[in-house]
Design a binder for this molecule. Sequence first.
Ligand SMILES: [Zn+2]
Length: 231
Amino acid sequence: MDKNTFVVEKPCPICLQKTHVIKPKSRLMMESRDADTCVHYKDFNINLYRVWLCEHCGFAGDEKTFGVRITDRTRTQIKEWLDGHPIDHEFVDENDAPRAITSLERALDCLDLLKAPIAKKASTNHQLAWVYRSIGDKEHEEEYLKKAAELYAQSLATERYPIGNLTDTMALFVTGSIYYLLNDYNNCASFLSRIIGDQNARTRERVLFEKARDLWEDVRAAQKEEEKAKK
Ligand SMILES: [Zn+2]
């Protein structure tokens, strides 16, 4: 077991049985943060522990999803789907990247079945990209970064914010920063400019506003370099 985690029992919202789950300890030492808000802690990869997998029925979701109330009808539907799509869901007390990937993919299926907000699917795809980043799998990292950015864009166009703790300014910033990492500077600029042009964001979410402005300057510099290279 990783020294930065501990195991507790939680009721599964689908089969209603208690399952063992792994939680990260609260005192982790942060080392750095990537442009797209991926946080790195000393000697610990928190992205391996974003979702729980029920050891009885194979349902997966983050702590919040485990706590949501689900109607009997939806519960039966999901139970049937899980029975028809078995994966290895035996409890182990330490996650590695393959297991985290299986759990996050299963969590995405469960979000679909729960008709969860698009923003939630976006963040789960983003977390998958981070797991691939941690093992140096560039191809899959980019695949999931693209999916995350497209879903965030779709969410921003259709969903009402805030969604949980996520404000639209945060979603705009995350989307812009993902496009930045994908070297898609035009899309990046178009999302960041919506923060920079927003007077409310400037006063209400000052730190985020400043981060957006810093990234915007990096993007402008990168765009200029690109133009120079073309000449
Ligand atoms: Zn279960």
